[in-house]
Ligand binder design. Structure first.
Ligand SMILES: Cc1ncc(COP(=O)(O)O)c(C=O)c1O
Ligand SMILES: N[C@@H](CCCC[NH3+])C(=O)O
Length: 460
């Protein structure tokens, strides 16, 4: 739970003036380990990531800048692989994908979840093995499906009756027999922001268990011999801390597996429980331990299936945020500092809602530190804002920053490795920042900063 959470307990609720943090932390220079990349620290007062000083990064590549700690990313892939040993882990590319990240995911032996033709194109462009790719999406086009089938993508996760017909038609046309999972809406009300909960009935994803649509989808897929129905899929939402929702979903899917066996005599070998594992954004956020989640999920599915006399299916999980989020840091340069008497200090940086939409979109919590030097100046309650023409353009809603903060200082916002670059946009024609990977004291660009030529290309 966030330090600044609303008393009602909704971590995404608007922070009201009376909810302001009661007192400043004793030391503004400390990097709280749970929210910074595994290799970060301070040297000479400045923040370093993987041994690289953020001042050098800002000088060499400019700001705003996304910094990705390669070892942090890879180590989290390994953590998931170890926790789910014998099962399948697919990285959800929507969290953050580029060619280099696709290579890391491939080298670490994970699968890849893509949900558009664009994500698929990135993966295929670096030779990501198609059999380890799963294609998701609630409105996959004929072109996207055809490309995926032609490439030999390992799983298509079907999301509607129309799509089942489309895939059936295309499989016939191409002479292939794709593996199909059915995305099931389990009716679980995940404890997260409304916009990122995906398993209650009143939303766009999946086929409802309650209404019988999921069971009907099973019938329709089984009726098409050109499709190989291999399993069920559920994704209950994102940034979830409370593991109970995963367990309820797993139980409900296992019940459906039993019903499928009774109705069709078919035993499905796979169960995909999706992603959604929360990460710490601010001090006090208590991210679930992946080993505990893995053990619980396995135990529940085993118990339900054994009770029903079913073989235990192979599990798949699809973490996105939990792999790329913690290793990412955004570095900004301070442009102006404006004290609003009796309220707070407004610190404007050179990016904003175009490089991190999450605060504006979900009221998400972030924190930040002065990164280019240490300071013992008096802590000042501050709001870090961007440079967009929008008063909701907030990067960090409430944070204590040193009172001597000034133009030219660098701020670093941790835990921005997921859903920041991937949600980036060009509002006000700001340029999407570069992404730099750091490792063993070295840095390299893995996504170039956009240029004005990029913005003007395609305009007449
Ligand atoms: C089907 C599916 N799998 C995996 C994910 C990844 O979620 P997260 O980044 O929260 O782990 C998502 C996004 O919420 C999703 O829609
Ligand atoms: N974009 C969301 C997560 C969406 C997950 C995809 N279904 C976020 O930043 O939290």
């Amino acid at each position: 739970m966030s330090r600044f959470a609303h008393p009602a307990g909704d971590r995404h609720a608007e922070v009201l003036p009376e909810d302001r943090p009661p007192q400043a932390p004793a030391d503004l220079n400390t990097l709280v380990p749970t929210i910074w990349p595994r290799t970060s620290g301070r040297v000479d007062g400045a923040v370093t990531i993987a041994g690289v000083d953020v001042r050098d990064l800002a000088r060499e590549y400019g700001t705003p800048l996304y910094v990705v700690d390669e070892d942090d990313f890879r180590s989290r892939c390994r953590d998931y692989k170890a926790a789910f040993q014998g099962e399948d882990v697919y990285y959800a590319g929507k969290a953050f994908l580029c060619k280099e990240v696709a290579r890391w995911v491939d080298q670490e032996g994970l699968g890849l979840d893509v949900c558009s033709g664009g994500e698929l194109a990135v993966a295929l462009s670096v030779g990501f093995p198609p059999e380890r790719i799963a294609l998701h999406g609630n409105n996959k086009s004929y072109a996207e499906l055809e490309r995926a089938l032609a490439a030999g993508v390992g799983h298509i996760v079907v999301d509607s009756f129309q799509e089942i017909a489309r895939v059936g038609y295309l499989a016939d046309k191409l002479g292939v027999r794709p593996k199909i999972q059915i995305r099931v809406t389990t009716g679980v009300e995940a404890h997260t922001h409304e916009f990122i909960a995906t398993a209650h009935d009143d939303q766009k994803f999946g086929l409802s268990l309650n209404s019988g649509a999921a069971a009907e989808a099973v019938r329709r897929v089984l009726a098409l011999p050109q499709l190989e129905l291999v399993g069920l899929h559920s994704h209950i939402g994102s940034q979830i801390f409370d593991t109970a929702g995963f367990e309820v979903a797993a139980r409900r899917l296992a019940v459906l597996l039993t019903e499928i066996k009774q109705e069709h005599g078919v035993v499905l070998p796979e169960l995909d429980l999706g992603g959604g594992y929360g990460i710490a954004y601010v001090e006090g956020d208590d991210a679930p331990d992946i080993k505990v989640i893995a053990d619980n999920l396995r135990m529940i599915v085993t118990r339900v299936c054994e009770d029903a006399g079913l073989p235990v299916p192979r599990l798949t999980v699809e973490p996105g945020r939990a792999i790329s989020g913690p290793g990412g840091v955004t570095v900004y340069e301070v442009g102006t500092v404006k004290d609003v008497e009796g309220l707070r200090s407004y610190v404007s940086v050179d990016g904003g809602m175009s490089d991190n939409l999450r605060t504006a979109l979900y009221g998400a919590d972030y924190t930040c530190v002065l990164a280019s030097r240490a300071s013992e100046a008096r802590p000042t309650l501050s709001r870090v804002v961007g440079k967009h023409c929008e008063s909701g353009d907030i990067v960090v809603r409430d944070v204590w920053l040193p009172g001597d903060l000034t133009a030219g200082d660098l701020l670093a916002v941790p835990a921005t490795g997921a859903y920041c670059r991937s949600l980036a946009h060009n509002y006000n024609y700001l340029l999407k920042p570069a992404v730099v990977a750091v490792k063993d004291g070295k840095s390299r660009v893995i996504m170039h900063r956009e240029t004005e030529d990029d913005l003007l290309r395609g305009q007449v």
